[in-house]
Write a protein that binds this ligand. Structure first.
Ligand code: ADP
Ligand code: MG
Length: 399
C-alpha cells in the first residue's frame, strides 16, 4: 500500500478553524488513494488549556516535582486529547478514523521517562486499520514500555513519532505540517526577510535542528534518513510545496547559491573559564559534570585557560561542583550560540574569517567558536544573539 504519514503541530491543531486545514490535507491524500496515518501534537502553544507547558505547570503547581513516570503520564495527555478530537472530526466528515495512543500505535520504548528511546515499532495495528480504509490518528510524542507504562520521547518529538512510523511502515513519505512555509534561511521570528528553502539535505537539516532550529526535531531527521524516507516541511494553512528534505546528491544547485544554507541560534548557554594552572581540578570537574549528566557543549583548551559552555539551567549545579573543588571560574551567564550551517562550506577556507569580520563590524563580541565540516558556531552574549543572526544573514546574502 502507498502510505503517507502526515504530522500536524500544535498551532495546526489549536482551533476548530485551523483543524479544517488539517482535515483538508488528510482527506486530499486519502482521496488520492493514499493510506494516510496522521500524527498530532497537543493543541496550541504555551498558555493554551491542553498544551504541554500547561500540563507541566499543573504538575509543578500541585506538588513541585512529579515522579518521572507520572510526569510522562500527565504530559502525554495533550496529544491524546488532540488525537481523539481530530479522529472525531474526520469521522464526522464521513471518513472512518481511529484515535490511537503512541503505545496503541505500536511504539515500544525503553523506560527513560522524559526522553525515551524507541526500541521497536509494531506496525500490526496500523496496517490492519489502513487495510480496512480507516485513518489512524496517532498521539505524537509518546510511546509505551513493555509493561504498558506511558513514556514521552522528548520535547517537540511528535516529529520523531511521525518519522519513526513512516520508516516502520516503509511509507512513501512523511509530511510535517507547521506554521511556517518550510525550512527557512533563518527563523522568521528572528530575521524578517528569511527565505524558504525549496530543498535541503538530511545532514544540513539535522545540524540545524541539533543546533536549535525548532522547526523539526533532530531525531525525526535521523529516523527519516535511516529509513530513507523523503520528508517535506509544509505550512498547514497553505497548499505551497514547502521544503523537500533529500539526500545531498539530489540537490538543485540553483537553490543553494550561498555558501551558508541557514543560520540558527540556541539560547540559554553559560560559559565558564578556568585558569589552566588548575588542570587537575578542571579534569575532576569535567568528570563530575559528566557523572551528573551535564554535557559540555563548546570546549577550548589553551596553555593558560580552559573555556567551556554548558546549558544555563545547569549553571547552579556546576557552581556547586566548582565550590567542592575550590575552583573559581569566571562565568559569562547568559550566552547564545549562533550556528551557520551549509554543506558547501566543506573544505572552503575563509568562511570563519567572514563571520568574524561581520560580527566585529556589528560590535558583537565572539566569546567562543567551534566548527565541523558543515557547521560554524559562535558563542555571543545573549542580548546580541538575534542581531548576530540578522547580521550574518545579511553578510552572506541569504535574504
Ligand atoms: P510545531 O508546533 O508545528 O511543531 P514548532 O514551533 O515546533 O511548530 O516549529 C515551527 C517554528 O520553528 C516556526 O514557527 C519558527 O519560528 C521556528 N523556526 C526556527 N528555525 C526555523 C527555520 N530555519 N525555518 C523555519 N522555521 C524555523
Ligand atoms: Mg515542533
Amino acid at each position: 500500500m502507498n502510505i503517507l504519514v502526515q504530522k500536524f503541530g500544535g498551532t495546526s491543531m489549536a482551533t476548530a478553524e485551523s483543524r479544517q486545514y488539517v482535515l483538508h490535507h488528510i482527506l486530499e491524500a486519502k482521496d488520492r488513494g493514499q493510506g494516510v496515518v496522521a500524527v498530532v501534537s497537543a493543541m496550541g502553544r504555551k498558555g493554551a488549556p491542553y498544551a504541554t507547558d500547561t500540563l507541566l505547570s499543573l504538575g509543578l503547581e500541585s506538588c513541585g516535582q512529579l515522579p518521572p513516570r507520572e510526569k510522562d503520564m500527565l504530559l502525554s495527555c495533550g496529544e491524546t486529547i488532540s488525537a481523539a478530537i481530530l479522529a472525531g472530526e474526520i469521522t464526522s466528515a464521513g471518513y472512518p478514523a481511529r484515535a490511537l495512543t503512541g503505545g496503541q500505535a505500536g511504539i515500544l520504548t525503553d523506560t527513560q521517562y522524559g526522553s525515551a528511546d524507541c526500541l521497536f515499532v509494531d506496525t500490526a495495528q496500523l496496517l490492519s486499520l489502513l487495510k480496512d480504509g480507516i485513518i489512524p490518528v496517532v498521539a505524537g510524542f509518546q510511546g509505551a514500555t513493555r509493561e504498558g507504562d506511558i513514556t514521552t520521547l522528548g520535547r517537540g518529538a511528535s516529529d520523531y513519532t511521525a518519522a519513526l512510523l513512516a520508516a516502520a511502515l516503509k511509507a512513501e513519505g512523511v509530511e510535517i505540517y507547521t506554521d511556517v512555509d518550510g525550512i527557512m534561511t533563518a527563523d522568521p521570528r528572528v530575521v524578517a526577510d528569511a527565505r524558504v528553502l525549496p530543498a535541503i539535505s538530511y545532514s544540513e537539516v539535522f545540524q540545524l535542528a541539533d543546533q536549535g532550529a525548532a522547526v523539526i526535531h533532530p531525531r525525526a531527521v535521523e529516523a527519516a534518513m535511516r529509513g530513507n524516507i523523503p520528508m517535506v516541511i509544509r505550512n498547514t494553512l497553505t497548499d505551497l510545496p514547502g521544503t523537500r528534505i533529500a539526500a545531498e546528491t539530489l540537490y538543485g544547485t540553483e537553490e543553494t547559491e550561498s555558501i551558508i544554507t541557514s543560520i540558527t541560534l540556541m539560547k540559554g548557554r553559560s560559559q565558564l573559564t578556568c585558569p589552566a594552572s588548575e588542570a587537575g581540578k578542571i579534569e575532576e570537574l569535567l568528570s563530575r559534570l559528566a557523572d551528573r549528566g551535564i554535557s559540555i557543549d563548546l570546549i577550548n583548551i589553551f596553555p593558560e585557560k580552559v573555556v567551556f559552555t554548558i546549558e544555563a539551567s545547569n549553571l547552579a549545579s556546576a557552581s556547586v561542583l566548582c565550590g567542592e573543588l575550590n575552583l573559581v571560574p569566571s562565568v559569562w551567564e547568559a550566552c547564545t550560540k549562533v550556528s551557520c550551517v551549509g554543506h558547501r562550506m566543506r573544505g572552503v577556507p575563509g568562511v570563519m574569517a567572514r563571520i568574524a569580520m561581520a560580527l566585529r563590524k556589528a560590535d558583537i563580541p565572539i566569546l567562543q567558536t567551534a566548527d565541523s565540516h558543515m557547521t560554524i558556531s559562535c558563542l555571543v552574549p545573549a542580548e546580541d544573539g538575534p542581531r548576530a543572526v540578522e547580521v550574518l544573514h545579511r553578510a552572506f546574502s541569504l535574504g
